[in-house]
Write a protein that binds this ligand. Structure first.
Ligand code: ATP
Length: 486
């Protein structure tokens, strides 16, 4: 594969051709930055979600899950700061009328500098931008763009408007009468607020003791301006978030804990450490006292995959103020400094927030491999998706060598025995070689072939996706063999 752009295009085409991801409402030419997951993609996505859910809730005794509604009382978004602050600085090119997020425009220019070997210039440009963004210095930012002759990709000119803020929330109307401000509701731009407003419900009904966490997986919506990076940046996407409520003063220690814990979760899936790095934030969001991104090396470069944020007591305090309902917790553990219980306080929060679709892209892009299998006598190649077996959409394909002589019946029997445990797939069309290639392209870790010997001795061939090695095993061992790999 010649370069990363071609690799990215190849992955996008593969995702479509094999039923992972389709452009939304494609028969009407699609809807920008909205995608549908197909028969394979929805399985992979669900497996990622289940894996996250299990490790965050079932395997821990201090985190529980909820499923809050997408619509929330509009005051929620006043209190959270999203109505006033959920903005990105944007700039328009006067000649093309194209709008850019300022940070994306500058970062893209830094990438071209890097590609031209000007690493130092690129780094100092990004540093300058970050400090101007941190100071909300829009005049300075515009000057930076002009001085560096950063041009619009469409018009090629440097004829820019002033920088303005643009709110990313989608609004819609509730109920029958339209046009009234009172009816305005938002599609949630993050799942976190559904957790904050339920903090006391969960704490009381679940008899939870601080420190504890609440996890949630669900849709979020953002009117992204630059949305051309496949499922990396969508207008409708899914988040897997967890808010961990802690005693004030302990947030730095929990922040360090979750930063480490979350990276380990990624590595435990078998994704390589060199594809990950931390990016500590200089400009902190209005609610945070520390924040970092876990970045992944996507085919479009190192980009944010997950955010870890120490959000202080900002959200609960704001909800207390706007709702006039106390959001306090009574801690009866004894403070060794005073010899008395810690008493009432609003807990601090450490958040872990990962985009499910970005995780999907990370897993898919890492799994995708084009392999040359040519020998001196024969040209050959394959595309294989080397998914971690537990995430693969199909775990085991069962392939009868022939459509007759009782082989399909044996194959279907094997599927009936195993399908309660994991997802199986039956395929009898085409040669075995072609069927193997198709299963490689779908990322199926095991292919089982039923042949004439099976009728004699109840054994089958099992072929391993990554090594392409085959071995003969008794049918009775199959279920355990696959279960062990999962
Ligand atoms: P970015 O800087 O890339 O816009 P963000 O910092 O705004 O992301 P957060 O608000 O921290 O993102 O959201 C948490 C996670 O949700 C992100 O780490 C990312 O994985 C995911 N996410 C955010 N926006 C999108 C989007 N438009 N499409 C897909 N996933 C997203």
């Amino acid at each position: 594969m010649a370069n990363d752009t071609q690799l990215f295009q190849a992955i996008i085409s593969h995702a479509k051709e094999y039923g992972f991801i389709f452009p939304s409402s494609e028969i009407y030419d699609g809807l920008q930055a909205v995608y549908d997951y197909g028969q394979m993609g929805s399985e992979l996505k669900k497996n990622i979600k289940d894996h996250w859910w299990k490790s965050m809730t079932q395997l821990r005794d201090d985190v529980v899950g909820i499923d809050a509604a997408i619509f929330m009382h509009p005051t929620t978004w006043k209190a959270s700061g999203h109505v006033d602050n959920f903005n990105d600085p944007m700039i328009d090119n006067r000649d093309s009328n194209k709008r850019y997020r300022v940070d994306h425009l500058v970062e893209a220019h830094a990438e071209t500098l890097k590609a031209a070997g000007k690493e130092k210039e690129a780094a100092s440009l990004v540093t300058a931008m970050e400090s101007l963004l941190a100071a909300d210095d829009f005049t300075g930012l515009k000057k930076l763009i002009e001085e560096n002759r950063i041009n619009c990709a469409v018009s090629g000119t440097c004829n820019w408007t002033d920088i303005r803020q643009f709110n990313l929330m989608f609004a819609t109307e509730f109920g029958a009468t339209s046009g009234e401000e009172d009816n305005k509701v938002y599609l949630r731009p993050e799942t976190a607020q559904g957790i904050f407003v339920n903090f006391l419900n969960v704490q009381k009904t679940g008899r939870m003791k601080v420190p504890f966490g609440i996890a949630q997986v669900g849709k979020a919506f953002r009117n992204e301006i630059v949305a051309r990076q496949f499922v990396f940046r969508m207008r409708e996407f899914e988040q897997m978030e967890m808010q961990f409520f802690v005693r004030p003063g302990t947030q730095q220690q929990w922040y360090a804990y979750w930063k480490e814990q979350r990276l380990q979760w990624h590595l435990a899936l078998g994704l390589p450490a060199e594809k990950y790095r931390y990016h500590d934030h200089i400009k902190l969001a209005h609610y945070a006292d520390a924040a970092c991104d876990i970045e992944f090396d996507f085919p479009i470069g190192f980009k944010e995959l997950e955010g870890i944020h120490s959000r202080t007591d900002f959200d609960l305090r704001q909800h207390q103020e706007y709702s006039k309902k106390k959001q306090q917790y009574f801690d009866n553990d004894v403070d060794p400094a005073t010899g008395k219980p810690y008493g009432n306080y609003i807990p601090y929060v450490v958040e872990t927030s990962i985009g499910l679709d970005r995780m999907f892209l990370a897993v898919l892009s890492h799994a995708y491999q084009e392999q040359d299998l040519s020998t001196p006598d024969k040209q050959d190649s394959r595309v294989v998706l080397k998914f971690p077996p537990k995430l693969a959409p199909i775990k085991m394909a069962v392939l009868p060598l022939n459509k007759k002589d009782g082989l399909p019946e044996i194959a279907l029997d094997i599927i009936n025995t195993c399908k309660q445990d994991f997802r199986c797939f039956y395929e009898e069309k085409d040669s075995i070689g072609k069927r193997y290639r198709r299963m490689d392209a779908l990322g199926t870790p095991f292919c089982v072939t039923v042949d004439y010997q099976t009728k004699e001795d109840q054994t089958v061939t099992i072929r391993h996706r990554d090594s392409m090695q085959q071995e003969r095993v008794p049918i009775a061992r199959l279920r355990d063999l696959v279960n062990e790999a999962l």
